[in-house]
Write a protein that binds this ligand. Structure first.
Ligand SMILES: *[C@@H]1O[C@H](CO)[C@@H](O)[C@H](O)[C@H]1NC(C)=O
Ligand SMILES: *[C@@H]1O[C@H](CO)[C@@H](O)[C@H](O)[C@H]1NC(C)=O
Length: 340
């Protein structure tokens, strides 16, 4: 081969390389993640195999073959929240078409509380809706709790179609969600995760920020798309896959971002749930003005009365979606607002 030819060939390669490089930059802003296992001591912190069940419901799914399982992180002391949820969106039979189960997911308080623990164990016997593991419950440990949820679904509830992680201060329109999921068809049975998708988020480097994260812990300058941790629903196959992917993702204390990082490893894109009418986001959190309903808002003196709150939410629930008296989106309602 002559010198000129070699030169031409080299130029060709250089140009092709440049084009590829530009194409990668343009079309693939987020390079494919490397799968490097995290050091064992880091992985062990979030791996559910590190912890022991104090309370478990291993046969729940076998007995009931649910369509959807609601996994609700709470702490030992949140007795009132559990009661309110059991009376409202956690109650049985809300969806006439399928079985929906709920489970409260709990760790341990930093200071053990034998009285409350005994109370919890009685509650667990009575309702059969509590799972508890022996890691310390704290805001920073929510990632551990989320991985506990994934692990539990993967181990005990693969037969369910969907699982949902949902916070206790949210009010959920179960029936609307079930109808929505039933309408999604086959493609949503696998690698499906749906919620309020946050794209193009960046790490907060300001130490005063609630979501602060140090560069040591997370050196990248961007987050992959993730679903807001308040409430998201996923096909149960993802529980096993996310558990697997977590071997390659360094633990960070932001549980929803963490799930996003696992999804990134898996190449699964979280979905927005939109309605055709109005093009709204179904997972939008709404603190609605409830005065417009037939019954008035609880009086100020009733704010702290969780039993009144439960009754009130029960009322809203019956009006809004058992009777389906008006068109509603997934109705997310912060009971925090009512508990002030
Ligand atoms: C998280 O849980 C682990 C295991 O129980 C515990 O050692 C650690 O102190 C907890 N972290 C926080 C910030 O509470
Ligand atoms: C709390 O609400 C319940 C139900 O509405 C009511 O029966 C009870 O008397 C209230 N308790 C207080 C202390 O206001």
């Amino acid at each position: 081969m002559g010198k000129r030819w070699r030169y031409k060939l080299l130029t060709c390669f250089a140009v092709a390389g440049l084009i590829t490089f530009v194409a990668v930059l343009v079309f693939n802003r987020t390079p494919l993640p490397k799968k490097t296992p995290t050091p064992k001591e880091l992985y062990d912190v979030i791996s559910p195999s590190t912890y022991r069940f104090i309370l478990n419901q291993p046969e729940l799914c076998e007995k009931k073959s649910p369509f959807l399982v609601l996994m609700i992180p709470v702490t030992l002391k949140d007795t009132e929240a559990r009661t309110a949820i059991r009376r409202t969106w956690g109650q049985d039979g809300l969806s006439p078409r399928v079985t929906v189960l709920h489970l409260f997911v709990i760790g341990q308080p930093a200071q053990s509380d034998p009285v409350l623990q005994e109370h919890l164990e009685r509650e667990s016997k009575e309702f059969g809706d509590i799972i508890q593991m022996d890691f310390v419950d704290s805001y920073h440990n929510l990632t551990i709790k989320t991985m506990m949820i994934m692990n539990w679904i993967a181990t005990y509830c693969q037969g369910a179609w969907y699982a949902m992680k949902i916070d206790a201060d949210i009010f959920l329109n179960v029936r609307y969600l079930v109808d929505y999921l039933l309408d999604q068809g086959e493609s949503s049975r696998k690698d499906y995760i749906c919620g309020s998708v946050i794209s193009d988020a960046v790490p907060h480097r300001d130490t005063f920020n609630k979501w602060y994260i140090s560069e040591d812990l997370y050196p990248d300058t961007w987050y992959p798309p993730y679903v807001s941790g308040a409430a998201y629903v996923f096909s149960t196959d993802l529980a096993r896959k996310i558990s697997w992917a977590s071997r390659f993702v360094r633990p960070i204390p932001l549980e929803d971002v963490y799930v996003g990082l696992c999804l990134h490893i898996l190449g699964v894109k979280p979905m927005y749930a939109t309605t055709f009418l109005g093009l709204g986001n179904l997972f939008e959190m709404l603190a609605r003005d409830l005065n417009r309903r037939g019954r008035s808002f609880p009086k100020n003196s009733e704010w702290g009365n969780r039993s009144a709150l439960g009754d009130y939410l029960g009322y809203v629930l019956v009006r809004k979606y058992l009777l389906k008296d008006e068109t509603v989106n997934i109705y997310l309602f912060t009971t925090q607002l009512l508990a002030v």
